[in-house]
Design a protein around this ligand. Structure first.
Ligand code: ATP
Length: 366
């Protein structure tokens, strides 16, 4: 009987709990023993109570829960080989042969590294006498499957990450609220949104709310010139009779000389224009709350696909990550997805913004 563990790791996102539910229940349906690793990689390294057997009813209600019911964490120890060695040991002594990781690009980079090191970790555990050869033998190969749980929509190989549409919905709703009060007082608002190095939330919330100007890292404005352009555009919109001004700034916004653009610097420019300007940093409301229907559907379909991928895996198939491309649930090698995601960051660092934009998925069209 296959023993599969599921975990959530890195920043939480709406839809992680529904993903855990889907993995646990489809695993049980396919005749597997299912486990949850609590608190992300921390649970793998610590083991003990943080590795729990899961039954059908343990995930009841998870579909409508925000965040993750099995906890998540950032775990410094897992970045070190020693931590991953302990993680491998805890998996083997619990008889777990496969791991489904739902997390962002960092978590999946860690998962990919864990998989590639696995044979040498097992060998080390045998060499140091912590496992006997007989104990190690059934665990010479590790199956890892990735599910992309992140509000940022920053992972290559999938059109949407689990949680991105929920965060987008929340941001749009909040900007609508802000627009009402801005209209009343004829004010300008600078809204800072999450997304770290990815502008998807900034771009899509700008489109969804009709913002006057958007700052995202993949399409940075000209150093020293954007201030005049911002003023010109906002004045023009005011000239059309608009009583509110909304500027959305992604937290990783930069200019084309890679200088950070913050909500504070944008506010100063709008004040120079004579606008009564306030800053709203949306913060963690963007991650909180329950998942929108799209994310519940996405995490459920992908959770089932993750278990199927585990059951069909063989040592010669590279570990997959489950994505959605053109409305189809798809698998692709986790290594490719991790590599392509890194290429975007590299392109931005090299100021090759056209390349960065083209490496983002198709919804990032000009
Ligand atoms: P989010 O996109 O919401 O920030 P994330 O998964 O990218 O989520 P990270 O903090 O980057 O979040 O990673 C989560 C955890 O994954 C880390 O605390 C660490 O335990 C593990 N991890 C990340 N990168 C690596 C790596 N290069 N090697 C090993 N483990 C890693």
């Amino acid at each position: 009987k296959k023993k599969i563990a599921v975990m959530t790791s890195g920043g939480d996102s709406p839809g992680m709990s529904p993903a855990v539910r889907a993995v646990v229940r489809s695993g049980i349906y396919f005749g597997c023993d299912m486990f949850a690793v609590y608190e992300g990689y921390e649970g793998l390294v610590r083991g003990g109570d943080l590795l729990k057997k899961m039954e059908w009813e343990d995930v009841r209600g998870f579909l409508s829960h925000g965040g993750t019911d099995i906890g998540t964490a950032r775990c410094a120890e897992f970045r070190e080989r020693k931590g991953r060695l302990q993680g491998a040991y805890n998996m083997v002594v619990n008889g777990i042969d496969a791991l489904v990781v739902c997390g962002g690009d960092g978590s999946l980079t860690g998962a990919d590294l864990f998989r590639s090191e696995w044979p040498s970790l097992i060998e080390e555990l045998v060499q140091t006498g912590r496992l006997t050869a007989a104990e190690a033998e059934p665990h010479r190969h590790l199956t890892i499957v990735g599910l992309v749980g992140s509000i940022d929509n920053d992972m290559a190989g999938t059109d949407a990450t689990i949680g991105a549409y929920s965060a987008l919905e929340r941001i749009s709703e909040m900007v609508d609220y802000i627009d009402e009060t801005a209209n009343s007082h004829s004010r300008a608002f600078v809204v800072e949104v999450m997304g770290r190095h990815c502008g998807w939330l900034g771009l899509m919330s700008g489109l969804s709310t009709g913002a006057d100007y958007i700052f995202i890292p993949e399409r940075p404005p000209k150093h020293g010139k954007w201030q005049d352009e911002l003023k010109e555009i906002c004045s023009r919109h005011r000239g059309y009779g608009k009583r509110n001004t909304t500027v959305i700034v992604a937290e990783g916004a930069i200019d084309d000389e890679l200088q950070p653009i913050t909500a504070e610097t944008v506010k100063d420019v709008l004040v120079e224009l004579g606008l009564d300007t306030r800053i709203t940093t949306l913060g963690h409301v963007q991650r909180g709350g329950t998942a929108v229907a799209y994310d519940r559907m996405l995490s459920t379909l992908q959770g089932v696909e993750a278990v199927k991928a585990v059951l069909e895996s063989t040592p010669d198939i590279p570990s997959p990550v489950i994505g959605i491309a053109e409305n189809q649930i798809v698998r692709q090698p986790l290594v490719d997805s991790v590599r392509d995601t890194k290429m975007v960051a590299t392109a931005i660092e090299a100021k090759d913004f056209d390349k960065a934009m083209s490496l983002r998925d198709s919804t990032f069209a000009e």
